[in-house]
Write a protein that binds this ligand. Sequence first.
Ligand SMILES: [Zn+2]
Ligand SMILES: [Zn+2]
Length: 353
Amino acid sequence: MKAWVFYEPGKHQFEAVADPAPAADQVMVQVKACGICGSDVAYHYGMSSLETPNGKGPLILGHEYTGQVVAVGESAARLFGVGDRVVLDPVQYCNACAVCKRGQPNLCENKTVLGVSTNGGFAELSVSHYTGVHKLPENVDYVTGALTEPLACATYALQKAEVHPGMSVAVFGMGPIGLMMQQLARAAGAAKVFAIGVNDYRLEAAQALGADLVLNTRESTSPFYCVDVKAAIADATGGAMADRALVATGAVPAMESALEITGRRSVIVYFGLPGDDARVALPALQSILWDKTIRFSWLAPNTWPAALDALAGGLIDTKPLVSKTIPLEDTVKGIEAARTREGNPMKIVVTPS
Ligand SMILES: [Zn+2]
Ligand SMILES: [Zn+2]
């Protein structure tokens, strides 16, 4: 088959490799669509290490993918058959370690991750443990289905935010995940949604999706430019400040701003990935006096069924989330565009077949 093999930053090659073969507990798919994630960009440019034993390639990247089943191992055949339309949960936990046995699979230390520690979806064929395979609802196409993984992660963050009807919700970072969170918050009953970011084209998408207030904290030439986010949120909430904040960017200033613009009994969820050495300055006394809850959100334990139902039920508008589909051979061009933001990309999706 043809696949992109990542060797090391700067060495990422499109080549012919041996077809994988499914073990007894695996399913093999012909990959139909695989989203490019910020972490693929980070691996490609050497900004973070793979989760292979030595942190290095060779490895086929890509972890947000759908496919059609072309072969099943013996034990996998109980649940899946050739021809099934499926989406793969890349985070494949061991279900045997002490952490898994406590019911915390997202924190499993033995987990393998397709496209991160074992071969992923920037290829014509891929194998997955059958417990990580989900059937795609009939009305969800392969490209939309490739959004399931980020949507499942966003869903978990929303669960932790405990958004209730009538609340005001601020979302920081209006990439595909932020736009998903904005819509999930609205679906959960948020009366006001505030979109805060640094790129106008993404903020325009947030506005088109119905954000009540759109703020650009970086570009002074932006029509959405705002120097004082705290004052803007105070104004929009009659002084109450935001009930909930979801931080879908790793940028520490965004988390610090979330701590500033949230009100009494608020819940703040930090979701974006900061750097190894990042530290957040916490207004401690104010957080106590206002009885705040600060949470973190990592991966998507048990939220895949909800994310698939959300896609099937049209709970969120996915059209603005996928900006482009590209053929397999253009994968690295897509990764480069995701980095340079050339053409104002949202999610770029590779369609190998
Ligand atoms: Zn990802
Ligand atoms: Zn485990």
